[in-house]
Design a protein around this ligand. Structure first.
Ligand code: KG4
Ligand code: ZN
Length: 337
């Protein structure tokens, strides 16, 4: 079974062809970093327009690399939310046009469901497991019982983890998105020279909060500017900031496993491509005797292979989920149910 995945929820125009749920034939990701980086963040209007310009080329490329014809596709899986509405609509309407023209079934996929099942592109994780989705828009902890069965255990109350990387990156003069730049700086810094606050919130809470940490970094940078005796480098500050984020993420992840009496962990989303976080998760899991699975970095950040994968599993379990073209709408705030 050939699935064409399409992802345009934010600033990546992506298409992928997946065979039989596990054999990835192509994975084309066209990012718009060049367009948005000078603004220090994503400009929704520009993102939507840029998807329109690129989406057909990206699909053509995905089909060519996979060495198949569009008419061979058995299912089109497309991100229907959450995300930027103008961007989502481009992918969704392109998918509808293709589905109509090719007379192929299509299925709407929740972007977060895509992140959750990105790991299934590489290995099968037994249900149930605890999943931590850490991206630019989300920091969510779920108990995942099966495809389509999710219980939200905790989420950020303000900034998402990736958003805090992006905002601190901006303060340090790094290009958008800040995550990769901070990781690079942190590798050369000493994170022990300063301790930024960790927001663990009320006892037992599995929610997150990163806005205080961001403010603390801003205040520290202002103090450094005024006080020549503070000689921490951007590298040291990046390392200290990254440590503060990772400490809280890992602490709550392990607490979630203990509360739910589960031993399998999946960590996913753009921030999960961070090497220090990946290492910390594996280390903490090992200490507790848990098994942690983290997709390769290319499947952590936004891509269409994960959408094809989630779509494949949803559709093969329940074909009635395939959408009638009129009934499927893009939803900017789509929740994971
Ligand atoms: O999943 P994703 O590609 O898009 C969303 O669904 O939001 O995640 C993007 C986020 C950005 O905030 C970016 O700064 C962060 O992931 N990110 C990283 C790294 N690579 C991407 N954060 C920390 N370290 C990284 N290496
Ligand atoms: Zn994402």
């Amino acid at each position: 079974m050939l699935v064409l995945g399409l992802e345009t929820s934010c600033d990546e125009t992506a298409a992928a062809v997946l065979k039989d749920g596990g054999n990835l034939l192509s994975n084309v990701i066209n990012d718009q970093i060049g367009i948005h980086s000078k603004y220090g963040g994503i400009v929704p209007e520009l993102a939507g327009r840029s998807h329109i310009e690129r989406v057909h080329r990206v699909i053509e490329e995905a089909v060519q690399i996979a060495d198949v014809q569009l008419s061979d596709i058995d299912l089109i899986a497309v991100t229907m939310g959450p995300g930027l509405i103008g961007s989502l609509l481009v992918g969704l309407n392109t998918a509808k046009g293709l589905a109509y023209g090719l007379n192929t079934p299509m299925i709407g996929v929740n972007h977060l469901e895509g992140h959750l099942f990105a790991i299934f592109l590489q290995k099968k994780v037994e249900f149930p497991f605890i999943a931590l989705i850490v991206s630019g828009g989300h920091t969510d902890l779920y108990r995942v019982t099966d495809f389509g069965h999710y219980k939200l255990l905790g989420r950020t109350r303000d900034d998402a983890a990736g958003e805090s990387f992006d905002k601190v990156g901006k303060m340090l003069g790094l290009p958008y998105p800040g995550g990769p730049g901070i990781e690079k700086l942190a590798r050369q810094g000493n994170g022990k020279l300063h301790k930024f606050p960790r927001a663990y919130l009320e006892k037992g809470s599995l929610d997150f909060s990163f806005s205080g940490l961001k403010t603390s970094v801003r205040t520290f940078l202002q103090r450094r500017e005024q006080n020549t005796s503070i000689n921490l480098t951007d590298e040291d500050i990046s390392a200290a900031f990254q440590e503060a984020v990772i400490d809280v993420l890992v602490d709550k992840l392990i607490s979630a496993c203990k509360n739910e009496q589960l031993t399998r962990i999946v960590v996913t989303g753009g921030v999960a491509s961070n090497g220090a976080l990946r290492e910390a998760v594996q280390k903490a899991a090992q200490v507790c005797g848990f098994e942690a699975s983290v997709p390769d970095p290319i499947f952590c950040t936004d891509n269409a292979a994960m959408i094809a994968c989630a779509g494949y599993h949803k559709y093969t379990r329940d074909q009635s989920l395939s959408a009638n073209l009129r009934g499927l709408d893009a939803k900017a705030n789509l929740a994971l149910e």
